[in-house]
Design a protein around this ligand. Sequence first.
Ligand code: GAR
Length: 177
Amino acid sequence: MIGVLVSGEGTNLQALLDAGLPVVAVASNRFAAPALTRASCATAAFELTDFPDRAARDAAMADWLEQQGVRLVVLAGYMHLLTPAFLDRFPDAVVNVHPSLLPEFPGAHAVEEQLAAGVGESGATVHLVDEGVDSGAVLAQERVPVLAGDTAETLHERIKSVEHRLLPEVVRELCAR
Ligand code: GAR
């Protein structure tokens, strides 16, 4: 049973849903995340301002996901770091998708930073999540060309089209274990 964490648009969540994967819960750090409207399963928002600190928020989010029967957590555009209060609850069972060839260009502005650096090649990475910024073990990676005239939008769309195939593939394999 899969729980998905989202912060934004949710196109990767949509790819997981379209792949027929058993998503039972979707949580966000933002009440206003458009992604929350995509799922017909249980949804919840855990805003930092509603908790004394990040660990308390993460513990509450882990409690809620466990109550929904979640065993595997997928970060699909979730833009907050997770603390041990969350990660210790799902050991080796939290994965993230990221728009670069990690360990190159971790962080929240990977696409813009790759264009600014003038790289000829970008990519999509699915990796295990640890306490660092996009730093856990890589599970799958695929290259994406950077084309002349690319903007952050056009490059990100090209990367996302790969993410939408790669993420469900990896999640399906993890579910089969
Ligand atoms: C995706 O490209 C994902 O790789 C990226 O946010 C986007 C979310 O799009 N994640 C990160 O940058 C994490 N560091 P979505 O909300 O449409 O799935």
